[in-house]
Design a protein around this ligand. Structure first.
Ligand SMILES: Nc1ncnc2c1ncn2[C@@H]1O[C@H](COP(=O)(O)OP(=O)(O)O)[C@@H](O)[C@H]1O
Ligand SMILES: [Mg+2]
Length: 276
């Protein structure tokens, strides 16, 4: 008679595989699960798939170490990571890890499936998360190519994106909501300029632009968080663009004079706002 395996056995197998990956990573000098205090966050983020992706990135020498947490968001965690530069020095990087068990999966699917670049992917949960990560990588590459200020993307694997660390002495640049340097009018013009360049030079619409997703570096404002950015062909592209403009206007409304959102839309796109 065949006996059905107990669920406990399945858990055990999983656990063993995770332990093996942990050991492999530890052999490469990367300790993920040893810190009792951060067990909760590491347990939620570093599942088997994620450990495997990490293992691949370390093996490919994209990163050489993992550091502490920078941010815990709705869908992703951002960590410090070490990276050996081409010249052999250890530099910083940021590792953005999309949680496989994210809370915001439905929204992700909507953005992905409306984007012609990603419309033919399989639709399982993991596939969407992986496509989402790849999409952020592509969008960041695209803004680099267009000469727009954002973190340089280095590599991605499955649900992990490795990019340039935006900060100094291990401290990330503040978000614009926390720190607005200089004259508000100038930062307003710079923000609108970013939306315009993004649209006109990179053919992208950020889609989640606000004072949270703009960092303030010494060289000026820097765009981050680009996974949801879409091309103008997306059916909701213009609505997203108008919303981005509204968010920036709302933030600056109490700080300086702002231009009417539809007028800005017209000056960026070259025609009146309409829904496709
Ligand atoms: N490349 C980076 N360098 C430094 N800090 C970063 C970087 N990317 C993100 N962060 C920090 O992590 C936070 C969350 O990143 P973000 O990409 O906006 O993810 P989320 O989808 O969780 O909002 C940012 O507000 C910023 O403080
Ligand atoms: Mg964000």
């Amino acid at each position: 008679m065949r006996s059905t395996p107990k669920p406990r056995d399945h858990h055990h197998e999983n656990f063993d595989r995770i332990e093996r990956l942990d050991r492999k990573l530890a052999n490469l000098g990367i300790k993920i699960r040893k810190d009792e205090d951060s067990w909760k966050v590491t347990g939620e983020v570093f599942d088997e798939t994620t450990l495997f992706a990490l293992y691949k990135l370390v093996n490919k020498k994209v990163i050489s170490s993992m550091g502490g947490s920078i941010s815990t968001g709705k869908e992703a965690n951002v960590f410090f990571a070490g990276r050996i530069s081409i010249s052999g020095e250890e530099t910083g990087a940021a590792a953005k890890i999309y949680r496989i068990r994210t809370g915001n999966f439905t929204a992700m699917s909507e953005y992905i499936l409306g984007d012609p670049r990603f419309s033919n992917i399989r639709h399982t949960h993991k596939d969407i998360i992986f496509a989402w990560t790849k999409k952020e990588y592509s969008n960041l590459s695209r803004i680099q190519d267009a000469g727009i200020s954002g973190p340089e993307p280095f590599a991605f694997d499955r649900n992990i994106l490795i990019m340039e660390f935006l900060g100094e002495n291990g401290i990330p640049y503040p978000q614009m909501r926390q720190h607005l340097p200089g004259i508000p009018e100038e930062r307003y013009a710079e923000s609108i300029g970013l939306i315009r360049d993004l649209y006109q030079k990179a053919r992208l619409i950020h889609g989640d632009l606000s004072e949270y997703n703009i960092l303030t570096g010494p060289g000026g404002l820097v765009l981050i968080d680009m996974a949801q950015a879409v091309t103008p062909e997306h059916p909701k592209a213009y609505s997203f663009l108008l919303r981005d403009i509204k968010n920036i206007n709302r933030f600056f409304a109490t700080k300086c004079e702002t231009t009417d959102e539809r007028e800005l839309f017209r000056s960026i796109v070259g025609e009146e706002f309409f829904e496709i």
